[in-house]
Design a protein. Structure first.
Length: 424
């Protein structure tokens, strides 16, 4: 059936500043009509009464582990996680094995995602060959293969001259440079430098490591005129630096992960290695600064940094790999910020959908405008559920939220007019 009618939902679309109760008619994969009391013969109907209907979410930062580490995740399992979390566009990081430093690796990811057919997966290319920080990748070839962004995520590009050159070349090609900002000479430890690292006697990754590289990249972006995207922001001083350079007109954007907004470093005392991430969970004052930056618009979007690891890779904090899964839990965590009054529901959807799409230059992926591709998320903000073996679609389970009650659940995800997820 080529027609789909969503009835009686609360339609929220930040791209049109729309918040109303109504219907959406989808035909041949696109939005045909938005209105009230719509009726169409031979149409599949979704009753969305009491549910929120919005543009599908866009994730700028996820690790799909494919190729090379598919025991943790693969494109199919990650795609299932994505649509269960309301995402129909996912940018995957290039720290795979082999890394996405050649067009054929990017093409492998795109082709496999198309075969799975649940959502759009866009590979990010590497900034440098082998992510070694020594020689720039072939940016043009990566763009031709389908990459929109470039990053050595997980391995900060430390060479300032090379970063300057990367910004210049990427700017000419219309590619977005993203950087994991932590100075390796300072960020050699495991968790944030603070009370918890002292209590546990674990080596630390101080916030200054982030601040120094954020400052460098902002200056280089400002001087070159090329855009820079700061990945997984976590430090209060970095927030101030970004705010300052935005006021000066720098072409800077930034993301924050849900767990940096909800957890402080003390979560490590409760969840152990499942709360180990890079950059690490910071002090409470850093968390509050991120929330204010989210509220005032300094932070541009929420990204999951979905980072699956096998159980045996977590273990002790000192030896555990950093990261947690997050595609399925991003919505309930973001809704918690709405309930706490930091942001409105309209702002939350903007941060998870329209704004990240705009950063990518893919505004058409995240709008309910008539004629647009029908990428739509329908969720129940009040539904309570638990992430466990029966609800988790990832191959991994590394998260502090395992077996915890969560509030807010995706009910339907629609990708290009096709229902690719329904909560049953």
């Amino acid at each position: 059936m080529s027609k789909l009618l969503i009835k009686r939902g609360r339609i929220i679309d930040p791209s049109q500043k729309l918040d109303t109760v109504g219907d959406i008619l989808i035909e041949k994969g696109r939005i045909k009509t938005v209105g009230e009391n719509l009726f169409e013969l031979e149409t599949q109907i979704i009753d969305a009464k009491g549910l929120v209907v919005c543009p599908a979410f866009v994730d700028l930062h996820a690790h799909l582990r494919d190729p090379g580490e598919t025991y943790k995740e693969d494109i199919e399992s990650a795609s299932r996680c994505a649509v269960a979390g309301g995402f129909t566009t996912v940018v995957c990081m290039p720290n795979t094995k082999p890394p996405v430093d050649r067009p054929e690796v990017a093409q492998y990811i795109i082709d496999k995602a198309r075969r799975v057919g649940l959502c759009q997966v866009i590979p990010s290319g590497t900034l440098t060959k082998g992510r070694e920080g020594k020689e720039l990748s072939d940016f043009y070839a990566l763009k031709q293969a389908g990459c929109l962004t470039l990053t050595d995520d997980g391995s900060p590009l430390m060479d300032a001259r090379l970063m300057q050159r990367a910004l210049e070349l990427a700017g000419q090609l219309g590619l977005l440079v993203m950087n994991h900002c932590e100075d390796d000479s300072l960020a050699y430890g495991h968790i944030n430098d603070g009370y918890v690292s002292s209590l546990l006697g674990v080596s630390s990754r101080p916030a200054e490591a982030e601040d120094i590289l954020v400052a460098r990249d902002l200056i280089l972006s400002y001087k070159t005129g090329s855009p820079i995207h700061i990945q997984h922001l976590s430090s209060a001083l970095s927030v101030e630096l970004i705010r300052y350079f935005k006021e000066k007109g720098a072409r800077v954007s930034c993301e924050v992960n849900p767990y940096h907004l909800l957890f402080s470093e003390r979560e490590l005392l409760k969840s152990g290695a499942n709360a180990k991430v890079n950059p690490p969970l910071r002090k409470e004052e850093d968390r509050l600064a991120l929330l204010e930056a989210l509220k005032d618009g300094t932070v541009d979007c929420i990204a999951t940094d979905h980072a699956p690891h096998a159980g045996w890779e977590k273990g002790r904090i000192e030896s555990a790999k950093a990261g947690m899964i997050g595609l399925q839990t991003a919505l309930p965590l973001a809704l918690e910020l709405v309930r706490q009054g930091y942001i409105s529901l309209m702002q939350m959807i903007d941060l998870m959908s329209c704004k990240p799409a705009k950063i990518l230059g893919l505004e058409g992926c995240a709008t309910l405008k008539v004629g647009s591709k029908a990428n739509i998320t329908i969720f129940d903000p009040e539904k309570v559920w638990t992430l466990n073996e029966s609800t988790n679609f990832s191959k991994s389970r590394n998260t502090p939220l395992w077996n915890r009650k969560l509030k807010g659940k995706v009910v339907y995800t629609i990708f290009e007019g096709k229902v690719v997820y329904r909560d049953v």
